[in-house]
Design a protein. Structure first.
Length: 327
């Protein structure tokens, strides 16, 4: 099992992310994933700062998308980060947050097809190939080629696909070296992994890293851990399709009330509405012993990388220290 940690450079600034990553590295966490949303600090400079302050930690965006960045831009960034970090760069890429892209006047048309093309172009450019006109639907480069940057070695830069829906999970298996699946509960991996497996078998892929991009809240005091987990569980519940809510046996009427309260920014009401069921469905939450058991459950479900995602717990430094003891 490898472990990752996620930071959202919105609620934490660059200096804090760098310090948390140094602490995570000292606790033998393997990967740092920095989220990418237009309204937060940009992940590229944050990742550069992390690369310069660490020595063994692998790091990458978790995740970019091909609506706000071109494949050529992402390839150039990934190879530059790889040069700065002396070969530790990974690239997380996904469809993009379809609810926020319209805020940038972007109409996220055919996100899955676009993602597939972008991955092909990024891989070609990172390998040093000249990408000729190929009649593709979205990125029909004509003679694009990366120069002036040290290109990664033979294996290239590992591409992880941020995926939740079945088509993107399949794409991850076909074109990715790994997947970053926004889920914390084994029930979701029981659905996702067979889709990925069928795709990797189709292309004869032997190694694939199934990443559980969890929402984590750890604290010695379980009540405090649950309190810190509530708001994230609420947002995930509110943004989840009905089929997912039913998979976890959630009360649809209660989730509708949570959604309403979030829309009113009534976080007090949200705290009263979120039950252990939503917390259980969408986070890994509790004391170190509980988290250790949750990690074992995810391992049994076939997960190969557990990414400890926001909020981490009531106190992030304390959470990273506690995680260091359970891995
Ligand atoms: C597009 C969407 O795919 P999805 O995998 O469910 O995407 C939901 C999220 O994963 C996506 O919004 C991600 O960008 C969210 N996301 C982040 N999004 C961000 O913007 N920033 C982040 O930092 C970020 C991190 C992140 C980490 C892990 C993770 O799993 C997701 C993350 C979907 O609806 N997929 C369906 C297919 C929908 C479909 O068919 N769409 C097309 C047709 C098919 C085609 O595109 O050709 C259409 O609409 O016409 C499916 O997979 O079955």
């Amino acid at each position: 099992m490898t472990y990752g940690i996620e930071f959202v450079p919105g609620n934490v600034n660059v200096k804090q992310v760098v310090n948390y990553c140094k602490l995570a590295e000292s606790k033998d966490i393997d990967y740092a994933w920095i989220t990418n949303h237009y309204n937060n600090r940009h992940c590229y400079p944050v990742l550069t700062a992390v690369a310069q302050a660490t020595t063994t930690l692998k790091m990458g965006p978790g995740i970019m998308n091909s609506f706000t960045d071109t494949p050529a831009g992402m390839a150039s960034f990934a190879c530059t980060l790889n040069e700065i970090s002396d070969g530790r760069a990974v690239l997380g890429i996904g469809p993009g947050d379809l609810s926020t892209l319209p805020k940038l006047a972007i109409d996220p048309v055919k996100p899955v097809a676009r993602l597939g093309e972008a991955i092909d172009q990024i891989r070609a450019l990172c390998s040093g190939a000249e990408v000729k006109k190929s009649g593709l639907q979205f990125f029909d480069y004509d003679g694009a080629k990366l120069t002036g940057v040290t290109l990664p070695g033979k294996k290239g830069i590992p591409v992880y696909v941020g995926a939740q829906g079945p088509k993107v999970l399949e794409l991850a298996g076909l074109k990715g070296d790994g997947a970053l699946i926004n889920a914390s509960n084994p029930k979701d991996f029981d659905v996702a992994i067979p889709i990925i497996k069928a795709a990797t078998e189709k292309v004869g892929k032997k190694n694939f890293d199934v990443g559980a991009y969890t929402a984590l809240s750890i604290d010695k005091d379980e009540k405090k851990a649950k309190k810190a987990a509530k708001i994230v569980a609420a947002f995930i519940a509110a943004g989840s399709p009905e089929a997912l809510l039913q998979r976890h046996g959630l009360d649809l009427a209660n989730v509708a009330k949570i959604k309403d309260a979030l829309a009113r920014f009534d976080f007090g009401a949200v705290g009263g509405l979120v039950t252990d069921k939503e917390i259980e469905a969408f986070t890994i939450c509790g004391t170190p012993d509980i988290i250790r058991q949750k990690c074992e459950d995810l391992t049994k479900a076939g997960v190969t990388q557990i990414i400890f995602g926001s909020p981490l717990g009531p106190d992030m430094t304390n959470s990273i220290r506690l995680l260091g003891k359970i891995m």
